[in-house]
Design a protein around this ligand. Structure first.
Ligand SMILES: *[C@@H]1O[C@H](CO)[C@@H](O)[C@H](O)[C@H]1NC(C)=O
Ligand SMILES: *[C@@H]1O[C@H](CO)[C@@H](O)[C@H](O)[C@H]1NC(C)=O
Ligand SMILES: *[C@@H]1O[C@H](CO)[C@@H](O)[C@H](O)[C@H]1NC(C)=O
Ligand SMILES: *[C@@H]1O[C@H](CO)[C@@H](O)[C@H](O)[C@H]1NC(C)=O
Ligand SMILES: *[C@@H]1O[C@H](CO)[C@@H](O)[C@H](O)[C@H]1NC(C)=O
Length: 189
């Protein structure tokens, strides 16, 4: 199997390879996991829905009208099944499908398309799968990619979640992985 990763992510991926192998044959529950972004200065921050687009951040900017925490529903046995989201606060966005825009040369925000909506040109709503505990996109069975980047917004602590088809940096964005595991909180005993 060819793992087509950008360099920064591949280092992290190597460490997860063992767990990916163990998980491969395990049938996953179909519902309900949050996603957390990890990268430089992005230390396990919740992925949330904002006006049809995906963000990661600790606050909700006032320029987002509809913002919601979401959980992702998946079928890890079939990459052709789109991943839908569930929101506790908005029935209107529940059922929307996750998409990335994997078109060569594109550096576009990850988003969600409503069941009665139209996804942007080039958007892929299927092909999502787990690579260990990390979200990957698999265009074909021989190719698994993790090209998520976090692009700072004009609100401190909030990043737009991007898919960077070519992996070339724009100078301000950082590569991130999206994991289903929340950050470990250190507590004093
Ligand atoms: C991470 O944060 C530090 C401190 O704010 C900053 O100096 C550095 O440039 C940031 N790194 C990236 C890749 O954004
Ligand atoms: C998501 O949940 C966290 C913790 O409960 C909360 O602080 C944050 O404001 C929520 N975000 C959204 C977009 O509702
Ligand atoms: C929705 O509510 C359930 C039950 O209170 C909770 O377990 C779950 O974490 C919530 N999901 C989100 C995305 O806030
Ligand atoms: C989709 O359905 C929602 C809720 O029923 C509605 O508010 C919205 O206008 C519909 N959008 C389109 C593009 O039909
Ligand atoms: C911040 O960025 C958002 C999204 O690009 C934009 O809608 C908003 O107008 C910007 N706000 C300011 C103060 O620049």
């Amino acid at each position: 199997m060819l793992f087509n990763l950008n360099t920064a992510v591949s280092l992290l991926a190597l460490g997860a390879f063992a767990s990916a192998a163990t998980l491969e044959h395990k049938r996953d529950a179909a519902t309900g996991t949050s996603l957390y972004a990890y990268g430089t200065n992005v230390s396990g921050i919740n992925v949330f829905y904002g006006d049809g687009l995906a963000y990661t951040g600790t606050t909700i900017p006032d320029w987002i009208n509809v913002a919601s925490n979401v959980t992702f529903n998946f079928d890890s046995t079939d990459t052709k099944v789109p991943w839908t989201i569930t929101s506790n606060t908005s029935t209107a966005i529940t059922g929307s499908q996750l998409y990335v825009i994997p078109t060569s040369g594109k550096f576009q925000q990850v988003g969600f398309v409503a069941s009665n909506g139209t996804a942007p040109t080039g958007a892929a709503t299927s092909g999502f799968t787990w690579f260990g505990t990390m979200l990957a996109y698999s265009e074909s069975s021989s190719n698994m990619e993790m090209k998520f980047w976090a692009s700072p917004t004009n609100t401190s602590g909030v990043w737009a979640l991007m898919w960077n088809a070519d992996g070339t940096t724009d100078g301000t964005s950082v590569p991130v992985v999206l994991k289903r595991t929340p950050p470990t909180v250190l507590t004093r005993t």
